[in-house]
Design a protein around this ligand. Structure first.
Ligand code: SF4
Length: 298
């Protein structure tokens, strides 16, 4: 067992496969708003979150997601060449993997890429679920334009353990956010996909925890229900006492009003909250992939 921020990090699963490849390109033009490029140091993700949208992007069997990772060994070297010839732009690290999953501790692809981008003074936005991120605070603080964030879509660690069993606990993510903010960095939270409230957490209490962690910005988005996500969630929740609540993960009638109250509570504390649900409120009767519906329970 390793320890990070006082949290035990489980050793790799026995059957987890790691493969190394060499790539010919590193940056990808990204259609997401506000982002010019994405940089993904790995293919695959140890965290294997049940709701992850990446298996659909890669068109791979969801049942194999989280069982292997491909390491792009030369990605930082290729990146160094690309930043010399491509127009400068904001790079998101990452959009289709976790840049600080445990293999980063050994391979340091993310760190080497950050070194390249820092030397070139390109702006970056870094998002992870893993507190290994604080290893690179020394680099983050040398950027002129940077924001660093953690995905924290619930504060209930029992809910996290059900749907993100191999991702670090919520408490360690909050402590990572505090450490990043204490270093003077602009921090954000990805409350995505927004979990329904469990364990009695109110929007005000959630907003207060993020404010205390020094969070300056938040964004949220709904569950992407394609590629067998509702069925996978329903299967994972079988037998859990949290199932009745968590099965509403994709149910707009539950999530949209909750997120709207959370947005209000965050904004009252000075957190810039981008609420994708507000654009969908007019369609609030429309469910988009509720796992509860996959079970036929409503
Ligand atoms: S950490 Fe992100 S990329 Fe990795 S499995 Fe979870 S949602 Fe997918």
């Amino acid at each position: 067992m390793e320890e990070l921020l006082g949290v035990h990090v489980p050793p790799p699963r026995e059957l987890f496969e790691i493969r190394e490849v060499h790539v010919s390109s590193a940056l990808r033009r990204d259609p997401l708003p506000g982002i010019d490029y994405s940089f993904n140091p790995y293919i695959g993700c140890y965290h294997g979150c049940t709701f992850c949208y990446v298996p659909r992007l890669l068109q791979i069997d969801r049942n194999t997601w989280g069982a292997s990772v491909v390491v792009k060994r030369n990605a930082a070297t290729v990146l160094a060449k690309e930043v010399r010839r491509l127009p400068r732009g904001l790079v998101a690290i990452s959009t289709a993997t976790d840049p600080y999953q445990f293999v980063e501790g050994k391979y340091r692809i993310t760190r080497h890429a950050l070194e390249v981008l820092q030397r070139a003074q390109w702006p970056v936005s870094v998002l992870s679920r893993a507190p290994l991120m604080i290893r690179d605070i020394d680099l983050f603080t040398q950027f002129r334009e940077i924001e660093v964030g953690m995905s924290v879509p619930t504060l209930d660690d029992r809910a996290r353990a059900l749907l993100e069993p191999w991702a670090p606990p919520i408490d360690s993510r909050l402590r990572c956010l505090r450490a990043l903010a204490d270093a003077g960095l602009t921090t954000f939270v990805g409350f995505a996909p927004a979990y329904p409230p469990t364990d009695g957490w109110s929007p005000n209490e959630i907003a207060e925890v993020f404010a205390e962690a020094g969070v300056k910005k938040m964004f949220t988005r709904a569950l992407d229900p394609r590629w067998g996500v509702p069925e996978a969630i329903a299967k994972r929740l079988e037998g859990s006492d949290l199932a009745p609540d968590l099965l509403r993960l994709g149910d707009l009638d539950t999530i949209a009003p909750f997120v709207s109250r959370l947005a209000e509570a965050c904004r009252a504390r000075g957190i810039d909250f981008r609420n994708a649900f507000e654009f969908r409120m007019a369609d609030s009767n429309q469910s988009f992939g509720s796992p509860a519906k996959a079970l036929g329970s409503r």
